[in-house]
Design a protein around this ligand. Structure first.
Ligand SMILES: CC(C)(COP(=O)(O)OP(=O)(O)OC[C@H]1O[C@@H](n2cnc3c(N)ncnc32)[C@H](O)[C@@H]1OP(=O)(O)O)[C@@H](O)C(=O)NCCC(=O)NCCS
Length: 151
């Protein structure tokens, strides 16, 4: 199979439809409201530095994305920590290294902004996501645990 040329660039507000389309293809449910809120927070609030990325093929079709939050904050910029919260690759393009490429560029970009640590939450039963984060050098936190209470 011919190797596709994939370019990674910063996400723009106009990428909304493509992101919702990929999310729907991955999860088999449509949740535009979730992304409406995320896009508004990231692109219109002025409280976050641009860190989210998209992957596009040679026809400029968006085939994957990674979204993170780097809060600027009320008391000036606090860039020590950032979060990656959503990552998705079009099922027709998975297992070709695009997810890894997105993560590598995301990490490089955050490093340049002074970030020292990136956090994420993963469902332990989601083997594919656990393997994806493991292969991208994420390890269980030693300092923080996720507490919960059934009510
Ligand atoms: C996880 C995900 C981002 C990986 O994207 P991808 O482009 O296929 O990943 P890569 O090809 O870069 O794979 C990197 C590594 O992750 C792991 N991995 C990825 N997919 C895997 C799978 N299906 N099974 C096992 N390991 C997997 C492997 O270690 C892989 O390295 P390898 O191919 O050398 O073995 C993609 O499968 C996805 O979008 N999953 C759905 C995520 C989701 O639910 N998002 C929320 C809504 S969008």
């Amino acid at each position: 199979m011919k190797k596709k040329i994939i370019k990674i660039r910063l996400m723009k507000n106009q990428d909304f439809d493509a992101v919702v389309r990929i999310d729907q293809k991955v999860l088999k449910v449509s949740r535009p409201e979730y992304y409406e809120q995320k896009f508004e927070r990231l692109f219109q609030s002025g409280e976050y530095l641009p860190t989210s990325l998209v992957a596009q093929d040679e026809n400029e079709t968006i085939v994957g994305f990674i979204m993170g939050e780097l809060y600027i904050g009320e008391y000036g910029i606090s860039r020590e920590g950032a979060a990656v919260d959503t990552v998705g690759v079009d099922p027709d393009y998975q297992r070709q290294g695009i997810g890894e490429k997105l993560m590598t560029e995301f990490v490089d970009h955050l490093k340049q902004l002074g970030v020292k640590k990136i956090n994420t939450l993963v469902d332990k039963s989601d083997k594919r996501m656990m393997l994806y984060f493991d292969s991208n050098k994420f390890t269980p936190s030693v300092a923080v645990i996720n507490l919960e209470r059934n009510i």
